[in-house]
Each structure stands twice: as structure tokens, then as C-alpha cells.
Design a protein around this ligand. Structure first.
Ligand SMILES: [Zn+2]
Length: 154
């Protein structure tokens, strides 16, 4: 009994270590699509457009829109988790980055991914890309709207 009481006390003292907030965030699909309307003009370039939604202790969330092929990306410290809201795209992962440059600490961009594995992403799909793995998104037949979780791995 003493042990159980001790565990209960410990649990109540540190419910979620490191949590900034206990707010529960819920976004419906139509809310995500509404947020993407603001991105439409900016999404025409090779970097597409994105908007940060929420920030948490080890991850943050974004909505991202692309109208054309993206550049190759490598994130040294962050994994990408994508959830496809609308559209479809080819995703190239692995391989090597052609003409890569460090554009900010831990962030490499390049012209394209060479010899990557090709995956087709459709609405409703989820993909996890570990930190350091090159990737490139090529929208197919129009716009590609996706929700992103950037998870700090390092
Ligand atoms: Zn990325």
C-alpha cells in the first residue's frame, strides 16, 4: 500500500515533465484547409509556403502548401512527420543531395535528391522521415497540402 501511495504521489508531482502547457489542440480538416488559404500566393516558389501552428517542448507543428517541385532538404536535427491533407506527391528519400548548401544551422537545401527511393503520397497518408535523411517533394497534378510535425531528434 505504501508503495502505491508513493507512486501516486510521484505521478501527481510530475504529471508531464517538461510540458509547456496542458492545452489540447484540435484542428479539423476544414480548419487546416482554411489556414492554407493564406499560404496560396507564397506557395508558388520551390520552397512552397508553410505556417507554424503550435510549439511544444520537443516538436512543433506546421501546415505546408506546395504548387511546384520542392528542393532537396536535409534537417540535421529534426525528423519530419507529414500527414497529407489534400493532393498527392512523389516523395524522394535517401540518396544524395545535388548542389547542397547549408542555408541555416542544421538545414541543408539542394537542387534535387539523386538516387532516392520514390514513394507516392496520397491524401490521408502519413510519412516519417528521420533527421539527416535527404528528401524532396514533387507535387503531382496540382497543389499538395500537408500537415507537418517537426520532431527534435538531436
Ligand atoms: Zn523536410
Amino acid at each position: 500500500m505504501k508503495l502505491i501511495a508513493g507512486l501516486a504521489l510521484a505521478a501527481s508531482v510530475v504529471p508531464f515533465a517538461g510540458a509547456q502547457t496542458l492545452t489540447v489542440d484540435h484542428l479539423t480538416q476544414s480548419q487546416l484547409i482554411e489556414k492554407a488559404r493564406d499560404l496560396d500566393e507564397r506557395a508558388k516558389g520551390p520552397d512552397g509556403a508553410s505556417s507554424k501552428l503550435n510549439e511544444y517542448p520537443n516538436h512543433f507543428t506546421m501546415i505546408a502548401l506546395r504548387h511546384q517541385d520542392g528542393r532537396a532538404e536535409v534537417h540535421e536535427n529534426y525528423a519530419d512527420v507529414f500527414f497529407v491533407v489534400q493532393g498527392s506527391a512523389k516523395l524522394l528519400t535517401g540518396g544524395t543531395v545535388q548542389d547542397g548548401n547549408t542555408v541555416s544551422p542544421g538545414e541543408i537545401r539542394g537542387k534535387s535528391v539523386l538516387n532516392g527511393v520514390e514513394t507516392t503520397l496520397n491524401q490521408g497518408d502519413i510519412v516519417h522521415i528521420p533527421a539527416t535523411v535527404p528528401h524532396q517533394i514533387l507535387p503531382q497534378g496540382g497543389s499538395f497540402l500537408y500537415f507537418v510535425i517537426k520532431v527534435k531528434e538531436k
